[in-house]
Design a protein around this ligand. Structure first.
Ligand SMILES: [Zn+2]
Length: 147
């Protein structure tokens, strides 16, 4: 159970309204795994950015997630957890098709690489120095925004 003074202060009705509003904002998808069937599973509300990392205890920092995704997440920051999940999906898909690990081209491809006009050579050079989290953030900020 997430520690939140804000949530603790809500009536059941207010809490249900918050869940409904997050459900709509997130297009019925879990914030972490981004699967469609959020309503079919146990869900919970969590801070997208944890309070101990500077997240605020207020509605715009809440995310609706599958209870199981929240318990299995690989980072307490849900934004990071979601990026790791995205990368895992790419990794699984590439491995299934090629028996190899993904490289940057797979990631760019997945996010519409050919349609976006960043200097790819520069990125590739740059990416050698990146650890995977940096790469994921880079992908999120630069590639997703281009779609
Ligand atoms: Zn999920």
């Amino acid at each position: 159970m997430v520690h939140s003074k804000y949530l603790a202060g809500l009536t059941q009705q207010q809490r249900d309204a918050l869940i409904k509003s997050l459900y709509e904002q997130q297009n019925h998808k879990c914030f972490i795994c981004e699967d469609m069937d959020l309503s079919l599973h146990n869900v919970e509300i969590d801070h997208a950015v944890p309070l101990n990392l500077g997240g605020k205890d207020e509605p715009n920092n809440f995310a609706l997630v599958h209870k199981i995704c929240n318990s299995e997440k690989q980072d307490s920051n849900l934004v990071v957890a979601r990026c790791i999940k995205r990368f895992d999906k790419i990794k699984d898909e590439v491995y299934k098709n090629t028996k190899k690990s993904p490289d940057l081209s797979h990631i760019l491809n997945k996010f519409g690489g050919s349609r976006f006009e960043l200097p790819v050579k520069k990125i590739l050079k740059f990416s050698r120095r990146l650890i995977i989290y940096d790469l994921i953030f880079f992908m999120k900020d630069n590639v997703e925004g281009a779609n």
